[in-house]
Ligand binder design. Structure first.
Ligand SMILES: [Zn+2]
Ligand SMILES: [Zn+2]
Ligand SMILES: [Zn+2]
Length: 502
């Protein structure tokens, strides 16, 4: 096979089961490839600070070499994929796993390619070339300084990983050992979070506008321990035990008594085993019942509690947490949305350019509202994208219309009511719509990739669902502006929104 001389030599690191070249022997003869073989990275070596192996993998900036993981062991492959993806400098490296295994589980998402070691040399070479292309794409990312905050670097790695892999999506995998029942293995590795962690950090990135989520499932969590293992069962509404039974009611024509069948049942001999062998005797008049339709009928059904004998038409559904033993009603269960996340335009921008002057911090989310400073950061990023790509961006403002005439309502009150309303709206708007409270007197809502008409419809719908949060006597005044056609400074825009006639 002819080497493509226009290419630079491709640096390939092979991490292999020690002393066993059977899984990577083809690589030795590939043209244009500089092969370096390292014994496999054991966890203890990482822990004992033997960074030698990492040093040999690292290159300048964000242009890691191709890593080939060669092993027949699922646990070794899984462990090494996590080590590589959670290493801040190696996280983006193109990884080819050479293994006879056909099923790698969720760890499969961490490798760029999984191939059998029996691959022909020509096929192997074309896979190496495809990964080399990815390497040169990674080189285009502006470098992140060594001094940058490590968690910030990991967040940018996550965005860059998705961007460099053709806007790959972050999909959840079912995992019974995760508190919410799902895991995001790739995100957990890139962010160096516990492997059984749910979507918490991805939700933060959605609120900040860098990811957008599409609902995949909705989980009920225990309100005490936030665990998904809940037993939903029908219980007695009075004493709340599940020992209840559905019975037909019997109406005895002769004396008009109505009661559950169990009250009528008498065994007609000592060895009676089934209900067919029971007589029906009216508990009120003690007459034996003969034929349905002639002297009695079954007009309805009801439940009877075995403990407290309560008779009721509908049982209550109640939850028992199998993790902490908490007992609670269904409306107390906490709902957790499980989504498939993908990059927004702002996420792609940050992947390419880094954050520049903008700060990406853990949002100090108060009732889902963003601190004004973070809101402003997001606005600037989204505004830049909107202007360059001519995509719509909407900013809405909500204030109390007649608040000055509310003699009894001071400024604190209007701010408090607005914050409550904002939290209600947060629940009913899209995850990547950003909301902030300005000066305790105005809610601002930023909706990326949304025109004025769509934003208006979404806002109306969310307001309708939050109606009860508008106190009596208060009326909302709203203003909407669509970018990039309108003002280009956030401060001016806010003024415009407040004073639409200026
Ligand atoms: Zn009961
Ligand atoms: Zn009777
Ligand atoms: Zn619990």
């Amino acid at each position: 096979m002819a080497a493509d001389t226009s290419l630079r030599p491709i640096n390939v690191i092979v991490i292999s089961s020690e002393g066993d070249p059977s899984y990577w022997k083809h690589l030795q003869g590939l043209p244009n490839c500089k092969l370096k073989v390292v014994p496999h990275l054991l966890q203890e070596r990482i822990n004992s600070q033997q960074s030698q192996v990492f040093k040999s993998c690292e290159v300048e900036g964000y242009a890691p070499q191709i890593i080939v993981l060669a092993s027949p062991s699922k646990s070794i492959l899984t462990e090494h994929l996590f080590i590589i993806r959670s290493h801040p400098k190696l996280a983006l490296a193109p990884v080819l796993a050479l293994t006879p295994l056909t099923e790698l589980g969720p760890a499969r998402r961490l490798a760029d390619k999984v191939s059998p070691p029996t691959l022909s040399a020509a096929d192997l070479y074309s896979q190496i070339l495809a990964l080399a292309k990815l390497t040169s794409e990674l080189e285009n990312f502006s470098p992140v300084g060594d001094n940058d905050d490590i968690s910030l670097r990991r967040l940018i790695n996550l965005l860059r990983f998705l961007h460099s892999r053709q806007n790959m999506k972050l999909s959840p995998d079912r995992e019974k050992d995760s508190p919410c029942g799902y895991v995001y293995p790739l995100a957990a590795a890139l962010l160096d979070a516990p492997q059984n962690q749910g979507p918490a950090s991805l939700e933060d990135l959605e609120v900040q506008g860098f990811l957008t989520g599409r609902l995949q499932d909705r989980i009920h969590l225990c309100p005490q321990c936030e665990h998904y293992q809940i037993n939903f069962r029908e219980v007695c509404p009075r004493c709340r035990i599940p020992h209840i039974q559905l019975h037909h009611n019997i109406h005895h024509y002769r004396c008009s008594y109505v009661g559950p069948e169990i009250e009528f049942q008498r065994p007609y001999n000592q060895r009676a085993q089934t209900h067919d062998q029971w007589n029906l005797v009216c508990p009120k008049c003690m007459k034996k019942l003969k034929d349905i339709g002639v002297d009695y009928d079954r007009p309805s059904t009801s439940y009877v509690c075995f403990r407290c004998s309560e008779v009721f038409l509908e049982p209550t559904v109640n939850c028992l947490c199998m993790n902490c033993g908490g007992d609670f009603s269904t409306d107390k269960a906490k709902l957790q949305d499980i989504k498939i996340y993908s990059l927004t335009a702002a996420g792609s921008e940050v992947a390419e350019q880094g954050l520049g002057n903008y700060k990406l911090t853990d949002p100090d989310i108060c009732n889902g509202l963003l601190p004004f400073e973070i809101f402003t950061n997001i606005f600037h990023i989204q505004f830049g994208i909107s202007r360059r790509s001519n995509r719509p961006l909407c900013l809405a403002s909500l204030t109390w219309e007649n608040v000055s005439s509310q003699g009894s309502s001071g400024g604190n009150d209007q701010g408090r009511w607005l914050m409550k309303l904002g939290a209600g709206l947060r629940e009913n708007l899209r995850g990547h719509d950003a909301i902030t409270l300005l000066d305790q007197s105005e809610l601002l809502i930023l909706s990326p990739e949304t025109n004025k008409q769509e934003a208006g419809i979404a806002l109306n719908r969310a307001l309708k669902k939050s109606e009860e949060l508008i106190p009596p006597g208060f009326r909302l005044q709203r203003a909407l502006a669509e970018l990039p056609r309108e003002e280009n400074k956030l401060s001016l825009l806010i003024q415009r929104l407040r004073f639409p006639n200026i």
